[in-house]
Write a protein that binds this ligand. Structure first.
Ligand SMILES: [Zn+2]
Length: 506
């Protein structure tokens, strides 16, 4: 973007949210849209227009006319601990680029990565970069579900997180982080990080920023940003299925000047979080009761589908996306006019695609990946139906969540079993865009019921067409039932695992 002798920035993206209980392997080839991480210009070309922090960093670089080095763009949907070889392969090009010399690093980082060797994968990565380039300023744009660690904050100069979940301000977060970094580099500000955490494990399903308790916390953060010397305030819910000592509710304040003022802001928000901690817990109704309620709602007033939220099998919390529990209960209770998308079963998708449109086929569907962390794993369901459509499963997101990103479901089939059409895919994605239905010719708005394996990100896209939304507690490794999981590395006590937990900070 400019002459090699001018300023040079490293702009990169590393994104993994690790579910310690997920059986979905996290190998190097999964970091990308098929075929592993992207390097150099390929990374820039693929994500140049994506509304993520990486795109915002590139915009700022272009505006300043600086040379950009992109050693790696490695984005992987949530899954089990990162394979050690994959972690080393991802870290190496970034560390090398830092060692080669640059004026700054702008890193789009999720912030909840655990590897099979490191509880704090992001902290390990950043510590290595810091050691390779001690004087190079490091700017982080982080996900709201980041598990903030001492090592991460020690290495970073600027750290700013998303203000929303569903995440609709990812690009703007990149802009906010970059602008604080530029103020530092230009000598217009002297930002420092003040941060802390409270012993709360917010369940993912309770991390919607337009609902309590996070609504109050992010409102307090926005208020505090109007105070003198406070550049940015970020609230992080953390990712509750990451079994690490850093997993907790945390607050990061970017301060310019009075450090004790920034500490007061941090403590004010963490104490409000502690006071509202019961809101971070979640109790599910029995599944049979939820499905019966959905049927009643479908016969009631309003128009559009009833959305059945199969939240325990949300692949964006690391689940397998092949649980059949909610699908099975809908069939058992005789619901009709149901569409489910996607159910990831590459084996069944291949059989159905090979049979072709119009063919009647019997297949064993779902529950193909063993889930040893759960006491009980389901069995595939043998189902007979007709192949209605086959597609390559590729589409670009048009809805408000991850707008402009490319989704690759792999070979995908609409499998019509009578009361229900199941979109059987070869790869996992959270159905936060109507594209998961449209890729096989299904109009989601025209269905009576939609099963979506999501927790919250479906909302911006599906609320406008929904008659009603019903949360359905199926089985899966993204369950909100903490009693299913054996945590070993969390700090203790922590609420709600320890209901009587006390916190000295309160
Ligand atoms: Zn997130």
């Amino acid at each position: 973007m400019s002459s090699p002798s001018g300023p040079r920035w490293i702009v990169a993206c590393i994104s993994h949210e690790t579910n310690s209980f997920s059986p979905v392997p996290t190998t190097l080839d999964r970091f990308g849209t098929g075929g592993g991480p992207l390097y150099g210009q390929a990374g820039i070309d693929t994500f140049r227009r994506a509304r993520i922090p990486f795109g915002a960093f590139l915009d700022r670089a272009e505006a300043r006319g600086v040379e950009v080095v992109t050693p790696i763009v490695a984005r992987c949907s949530p899954s089990g601990p990162v394979d050690h070889a994959a972690f080393e392969a991802i870290a190496a090009p970034l560390v090398e680029a830092a060692r080669a010399g640059a004026d700054a690093l702008f890193l789009d980082l999720h912030g909840a990565m655990i590897t099979d060797r490191y509880d704090d994968g992001d902290g390990e990565l950043l510590s290595r970069i810091r050691a390779a380039a001690p004087g190079m300023p490091i700017c982080l744009a982080l996900d709201l579900h980041a598990n903030i660690s001492p090592a991460m904050m020690a290495a970073a100069d600027v750290a700013v997180g998303y203000q929303t979940f569903p995440h609709i301000d990812m690009f703007e977060t990149g802009e906010r982080a970059a602008d604080i970094m530029l103020a530092k580099m230009d000598g217009r500000a002297n930002p420092e990080i003040v941060w802390g955490s409270a012993p709360i494990l917010p369940l993912g399903i309770r991390t919607n920023t337009s609902q309590e308790p996070l609504r109050t916390l992010v409102a307090l953060a926005r208020e505090a940003e109007k105070e003198p010397g406070i550049l940015a305030v970020s609230v992080f819910s953390g990712f509750w299925l990451g079994d690490s000592p850093d997993t907790a509710l945390s607050v990061v304040v970017m301060a310019d000047g009075d450090r004790s003022h920034a500490e007061a802001v941090r403590d004010r928000i963490l104490r409000a979080g502690w006071a509202g901690r019961e809101g971070f817990d979640f109790r599910s109704d029995p599944l049979a009761q939820s499905i019966a309620e959905a049927r009643t709602l479908a016969e009631g007033p309003g128009r559009g589908p009833v959305i059945l939220v199969d939240h325990a099998d949300n692949c964006n919390s690391g689940s397998t996306c092949d649980s059949m529990t909610v699908i099975g209960e809908c069939l058992a209770q005789g619901l009709t006019g149901v569409a489910a998308a996607p159910l990831c079963d590459p084996e069944a998708a291949a059989i159905l695609a090979a049979a072709g449109v119009g063919a009647t086929v019997t297949v064993d569907l779902g529950w193909k990946l063993p889930t040893p962390s759960l006491a009980e794993t389901g069995r595939p369901m043998r189902l007979t139906g007709t192949v209605r459509a086959v597609s390559d499963g590729q589409f670009v997101v048009e809805g408000p969540v991850y707008t402009g990103t490319r989704i690759n479901l792999g070979p995908t089939v609409a499998f019509d079993i009578g009361p229900m059409t199941i979109v059987v895919s070869s790869r996992r994605t959270e159905p936060y865009d109507h594209g998961v239905f449209r890729t096989v010719g299904i109009d989601p708005a025209a269905q009576r019921f939609l099963i979506v394996k999501s927790k919250t990100q479906f909302r911006p896209t599906y609320e406008p067409i929904a008659r009603a939304i019903v949360y359905c507690a199926g089985a899966g490794v993204a369950s909100s039932d903490l009693s299913l999981f054996r945590f070993r590395h969390l700090r203790r006590p922590i609420y709600p695992l320890d209901r009587d937990a006390v916190w000295a900070g309160a």
